[in-house]
Ligand binder design. Structure first.
Ligand SMILES: CC(=O)N[C@H]1[C@@H](OP(=O)(O)OP(=O)(O)OC[C@H]2O[C@@H](n3ccc(=O)[nH]c3=O)[C@H](O)[C@@H]2O)O[C@H](CO)[C@@H](O)[C@@H]1O
Ligand SMILES: C=C(OP(=O)(O)O)C(=O)O
Length: 423
């Protein structure tokens, strides 16, 4: 079992480049299946999730090769529409293969996707969208079989602005006959990135970034070379780490427009921020201040994927804040671990009251999901003494060599495999 050993109390200083966005790379790798030929997707982060996506694509017959952060895919060799259960279970994003496979082969068989334990994550909106486009869905023996002779454009209203359902429907609809309108669509930047990718392939998609996306079905698509956008959550995590430790870092390869709500919050807490081009300069303070109430919302609201990291930051501020998690019903498992480090938090249902304390103390903690892991790493960097963070498999789903990036910024963090005595 691997773990991070972090010696805390040292502010982060230096420069780091932010990786490409996991949440763009995953649907885009799946969308490449829509058409035969050789695609080149650039700035794909090396993560366990992108690795699993690569494995699934290979199992389906795709030839795929990594060259640094570029993935080259030859999709003409696609031969299967059945995603092995063992891979399906390894990440939530395996669901993105539904739309493209249905469009290309007229059928797809999946089991329910896995992913981090952050609450119930149904796929009803994905299925509803595909059914409205003309798919038949049968669920039997743990498998979901989805087939369609023909997909036909239609109007689809999402009860919730689900990011994944919006993307799956977009991918299924690009070659449907006629026009598809997605109403109450999610508006995240990664959806705009997917629209750009699809349109570069010859699709006719517009409206991404608003709650109404219109997809005019086209007959032909062609393979492309494409670079994914920077990861706004990784940028936010590093900015939060710099601010919480009272350090000063310059992040490059950042789209600060995608991070407005996170940057507003950091600023409100007293962090100094400056952005120029794709660079973001962040300077913390020995003690930041409380911010009042934070509520996670769909984009452009404050992102749930930054909630745990900001909880660590707020735990060390002067004064009281609160966080309400409104997207996922089980994304507060880091609360108990932060309390173990000395944070003064009380959780009731989806709301956490935070009374800032002057310091946290290192101990052994368990990352129970990806962003909870990031929050505990930040806590470890800021804490007095040594913190042991376990459960690195979650962190590796979304952060490319997080320990190396933090080392580069002067963080005292080491990855160990094997047994280490608890702190
Ligand atoms: C790979 C990727 O892009 N992952 C992101 C994506 O996940 P994901 O696409 O899974 O998140 P959704 O936007 O779909 O989920 C939002 C809410 O809708 C609910 N829901 C979703 C689908 C459905 O069919 N039925 C349903 O009820 C979910 O349980 C959740 O409560 O958006 C989340 C919300 O910003 C982020 O935390 C994830 O990092
Ligand atoms: C919840 C997340 O991702 P996923 O949807 O891939 O589980 C995340 O990135 O924080």
């Amino acid at each position: 079992m691997e773990q991070f050993v972090i010696k805390g109390g040292k502010p982060l200083y230096g420069t780091a480049r932010v990786q490409g966005a996991k949440n763009s790379a995953l649907p885009i790798l799946a969308a490449a299946l829509l058409v035969e030929g050789v695609h080149e997707i650039r700035d794909v982060p090396h993560l366990s999730d992108t690795d699993v996506m690569g494995k699934i694509l290979k199992t389906l017959g795709i030839r795929l090769r990594w060259d640094g952060n570029t993935v080259r895919l030859e999709t003409s060799t696609l031969k299967s529409s059945r995603i092995p259960e063992i891979l399906m279970r390894q990440m939530r994003s395996s669901i993105f293969l539904m739309g493209p496979l249905l469009s290309r082969l007229g059928e797809v068989s999946i089991s329910r996707p896995g992913g981090c334990a952050i609450g119930a994550r149904p796929i009803d909106l994905h299925l509803k969208g595909l059914i409205l486009l003309g798919a038949d869905i049968e669920e039997k023996d743990g498998w979901i079989h989805c087939s369609a002779r023909k997909l036909t454009g239609t109007e689809i209203h999402l009860d919730l602005p689900s990011v994944g359902a919006t993307e799956n429907i977009m991918m299924a609809a690009v070659r449907a006959e006629g026009e598809t309108v997605i109403k109450n669509a999610a508006r995240e930047p990664e959806i705009i990135d997917l629209q750009h990718f699809l349109n570069r392939m010859g699709a006719e998609v517009k409206g991404a970034g608003t709650d109404r996306i219109v997809i005019r079905g086209v007959k032909r698509l062609h393979p492309v070379s494409y670079e994914v956008i920077p990861d706004r959550i990784v940028a936010g995590t590093l900015a939060a780490a710099a601010a919480t430790t009272g350090g000063e870092v310059l992040l490059t390869h950042v789209n600060h427009e995608h991070m407005a709500s996170t940057l507003d919050l950091l600023r409100k807490a007293g962090t100094e921020l400056r952005s120029e081009g794709d660079a973001l300069w962040v300077r913390g303070k020995p003690r930041l201040k409380a911010v009042g109430d934070v509520v996670t919302k769909p984009y452009p609201g404050f992102p749930t994927d930054m909630q745990p990291q900001i909880m660590t930051l707020l735990s060390l501020t002067e004064g009281k804040s609160s966080i309400s998690e409104e997207i996922f019903d089980g994304r507060l498992r880091h609360v108990g671990e932060l309390i173990r480090m000395g944070a003064d938090l009380s959780a009731k249902e989806s709301r956490v009251e935070i009374r800032g304390v002057p310091c946290l103390t290192g101990t052994t903690v368990e990352a129970t999901d990806l962003r909870a892991g990031a929050a505990l790493v930040i806590a470890g960097l800021a804490a007095q003494g040594t913190t042991l963070v376990r459960g690195l498999s979650h962190i590796d789903r979304g952060y490319e060599r997080l320990d190396q990036t933090l080392l580069q910024l002067g963080g005292q963090i080491q990855r160990y495999s094997g047994k280490i005595a608890s702190c």
